[in-house]
Design a protein around this ligand. Structure first.
Ligand SMILES: CC(C)(COP(=O)(O)OP(=O)(O)OC[C@H]1O[C@@H](n2cnc3c(N)ncnc32)[C@H](O)[C@@H]1OP(=O)(O)O)[C@@H](O)C(=O)NCCC(=O)NCCS
Length: 163
């Protein structure tokens, strides 16, 4: 399962994450996450039986090697999809790539006949919360003081989208 948008100057692709993508994914992970995952965690994610892990790649023209600009890791457990990670490289944020990745996950979840998508997000992560709300995710709960943050602890907000 993949997705391609192409014009004269560039091509964007969403493709399943493979081990060859992990070095580029790690560069972004360390750049944008407060508590970055390790390479080992990404390897485990892509090896899961019901893994839904994707990268979005961009190439400027047909001869240029594509670069990873964002990724998403989710998994299907029974009829539920759990979104475990999503990130876009800092230079490419606010260009619609997060929306493209999440939209792609929604299509995949519907195709897999999931009935709900769950996720957890830091209470202070306004960008991510706005992104999820734009797809109709609703807050369903809170885990107080769940994450470490620069100012001590930070709560986790639980969000879900019924499909
Ligand atoms: C959250 C993240 C993936 C969003 O990716 P993105 O490519 O920048 O998002 P998009 O450009 O597709 O934006 C989609 C919507 O999200 C919201 N949004 C994104 N960034 C925002 C910001 N900085 N402030 C407020 N809203 C924001 C807006 O509603 C936006 O729609 P709009 O541009 O039409 O207003 C990105 O900010 C990121 O990688 N953050 C670091 C990693 C992270 O926090 N991941 C989430 C873990 S739960």
């Amino acid at each position: 399962m993949s997705w391609l948008i192409q014009n004269r100057d560039e091509a964007l692709r969403i493709v399943p994450m493979e081990s060859r993508h992990i070095p580029a994914v790690m560069v972004i992970e360390k750049q944008v996450q407060f508590e970055p995952w390790t390479e080992k965690i990404f390897r485990k994610e892509i090896e899961k039986n019901f893994s839904l892990c994707f990268v979005i790649e961009r190439s400027r023209n047909s001869s240029e090697k594509s670069i990873v600009i964002g990724y998403l890791c989710a998994e299907k457990i029974l009829d539920e999809v759990h979104l475990n990670n999503i990130a876009v490289a800092r230079n490419f944020q606010r260009c619609g790539y997060g929306k493209a990745l999440l939209g792609f996950l929604l299509s995949a979840a519907i195709r897999e006949e999931a009935s709900v998508i769950h996720l957890e997000v830091r209470e202070d992560n306004i960008a991510a919360i706005k992104l999820y709300e734009s797809f109709g995710f609703k807050i369903t709960g809170k885990r107080p003081d769940y994450y470490n943050s620069a100012h001590g602890k930070c709560s986790a907000i639980l969000m879900s989208l019924r499909l």
